[in-house]
Write a protein that binds this ligand. Structure first.
Ligand SMILES: CC(C)(COP(=O)(O)OP(=O)(O)OC[C@H]1O[C@@H](n2cnc3c(N)ncnc32)[C@H](O)[C@@H]1OP(=O)(O)O)[C@@H](O)C(=O)NCCC(=O)NCCS
Length: 151
């Protein structure tokens, strides 16, 4: 397994992994290739999008984007918004941890004030994971509890 920046050619495998998460009941947002390209690989607010790859299969992805004015997460300008998605077939194997090592370097290089993670209050896996990565509870936002990693 290697971790590297995602490229356009990775989009079909990234989409397939997200559909597997959706089928497992762990994702509600879009999974199609257009969404993956526009929101993750080539987002206008892109800082990084790392993927964990084993052969042709994408086992996980982590995105970091600049918080822009009016962003739907209410994240402040100067901070970043992080998202993490690991295949249901590859959970608890350290993929999320490995992705975060790379994203943290990218966040520091981008000069962010910190990173915000939007996690549904009912998402125990997400809260355990981000808590283990050092994200502290920050505020409630509707059905989500936002966690923050200060840089
Ligand atoms: C949350 C998620 C990203 C974790 O990815 P992962 O690759 O399984 O995480 P790792 O194996 O790297 O775990 C790192 C640490 O996080 C914690 N952790 C992760 N999942 C956990 C769980 N289900 N229960 C308890 N602790 C957990 C542990 O401390 C773990 O370290 P350890 O295995 O040495 O004990 C993954 O479960 C996922 O993609 N879930 C669906 C999407 C999602 O909820 N994304 C995040 C919120 S938007």
């Amino acid at each position: 397994m290697i971790i590297r920046e995602a490229e356009a050619a990775d989009v079909p495998a990234m989409s397939a992994m997200l559909y597997a998460l959706k089928d497992a009941g762990k994702r509600t947002r879009p999974c199609d290739e257009t969404f993956v390209m526009e929101s993750y690989v080539a987002s206008p607010n892109h800082i990084s999008c790392f993927i964990a790859v084993d052969g042709d299969e994408v086992l996980g992805l982590q995105t970091l984007t600049h918080a822009y004015k009016g962003n739907p997460y209410n994240a402040p300008l100067g901070s970043g918004v992080i998202g993490t998605h690991v295949s249901p077939n590859a959970a608890r194997r350290g993929i999320g941890r490995g992705l975060f090592e790379r994203t943290l370097d990218a966040a520091r290089a981008a000069g962010l004030s910190g990173m915000e993670a939007f996690i549904q209050k009912t998402n125990d896996d997400g809260h355990f994971y981000y808590g283990a990565m050092g994200f502290e509870p920050l505020r409630e936002d509707g059905t989500a509890l936002v966690r923050f990693y200060a840089l």
